[in-house]
Write a protein that binds this ligand. Structure first.
Ligand SMILES: Cc1ncc(COP(=O)(O)O)c(C=O)c1O
Length: 298
């Protein structure tokens, strides 16, 4: 349950992604299924290079469980914290778990540099190696000696400056997103069959995106009907990430698949969540939702 970039990065290295389904309450990697995957692959004598959990929509995974399982199987954790800057797990910052983790500063993220991201690690040898590879693998020689294939993955200085300004506003931007989350919680508390996804125990989340899960057998309407009504009013909404094992490009990939991510994809809808939504925009979103519910709940 992630954006394709997580799985693409695995393929870039020549490795094969092996997908692990998620817990229903969080959409994050299920520790039980991870254990099952590592036991299965270990028994088959397959080499597992890394466990790559994803902090879905700004909720940190259960790193306590995931790190313990990965360590027991001798596999490093590389955390995809692209969506979770500002979130914590048991008081410790998302992005500080695993051997290394990555953040995204893409335009849709909680803070942005328009594009780019950051790799975080407290392993100084790994940090040097990453800096070297990310800046074209130049050996320290005046004529640019190369003994490795390098990459141009450096964040530019200008974008880094933009990032520093954004970072100074991170807490305020998270607070605005949380405000909006609370409004959605209050609004949908009155609607049988609708829950705000991951809202139970979201105190440590950065609340990047707010989504609802719709039980159509109770509501009588589907997430796509709400979405269509919002789109007709020029308001964007989206399903949750389409699970990777359903993506044509990863057809045939192996994994521990239970159907939970598919269920979240089928029943979820992400609502306007941005920190730049002002009072008039919020009112407009809620007016359209109220109208929709008024006609459907009669
Ligand atoms: C979970 C996840 N991983 C990776 C990425 C990719 O980040 P970027 O767009 O900065 O390459 C994104 C979003 O873009 C994401 O949501």
């Amino acid at each position: 349950m992630t954006f394709a970039a997580t799985a693409n990065a695995i393929v870039y290295t020549g490795a094969e992604p092996y997908f692990v389904d998620v817990d229903l309450a969080t959409g994050n990697m299920s520790p039980e299924l991870l254990e099952q995957a590592l036991v299965r692959l270990g028994a088959a004598g397959e080499s597992v290079a890394a466990v790559v959990p994803v902090d879905l929509l700004g909720k940190a995974v259960d790193y306590t469980a995931i790190e313990e399982i990965a360590a027991r199987h001798g596999v490093p954790v590389l955390a995809d914290a692209a969506e979770s800057l500002g979130a914590t797990h048991r008081g410790r910052a998302a992005g500080s778990f695993g051997r290394a983790s990555v953040l995204s500063f893409n335009g849709n993220k909680i803070m942005t540099t328009s594009g780019g991201g950051m790799l975080l690690t407290d392993d100084s040898d790994l940090a040097s190696r990453v800096r070297y590879l990310a800046t074209q693998a130049r050996q320290p020689a005046i004529h640019f000696e190369h003994t490795d294939i390098g990459y141009n993955y450096r964040l530019s200085n200008l974008l880094a400056a933009l990032g520093r300004a954004q970072l100074s506003r991170l807490d305020a931007m998270m607070a605005r997103r949380r405000d909006l989350r609370e409004l959605y919680k209050a609004r949908f508390a009155e609607v049988p069959g609708v829950t705000v996804f991951g809202a139970d125990g979201d105190a440590e989340d950065n609340v990047w995106l707010s989504s609802v899960l719709v039980d159509e057998s109770v509501t009588g309407w589907s997430p796509s009907e709400l979405s269509a009504t919002l789109i007709a009013a020029d308001i964007e909404s989206r399903p949750l990430w389409k699970p990777m094992h359903l993506q044509p490009v990863f057809a045939g990939a192996r994994g521990e698949i239970t159907g939970t991510s598919e269920q979240l994809f089928r029943t979820g809808l992400t609502l306007p969540s941005g920190s730049s939504l002002g009072e008039p925009e919020r009112e407009r979103v809620f007016a359209v939702i109220d109208d929709f519910l008024a006609t459907r709940m009669r």
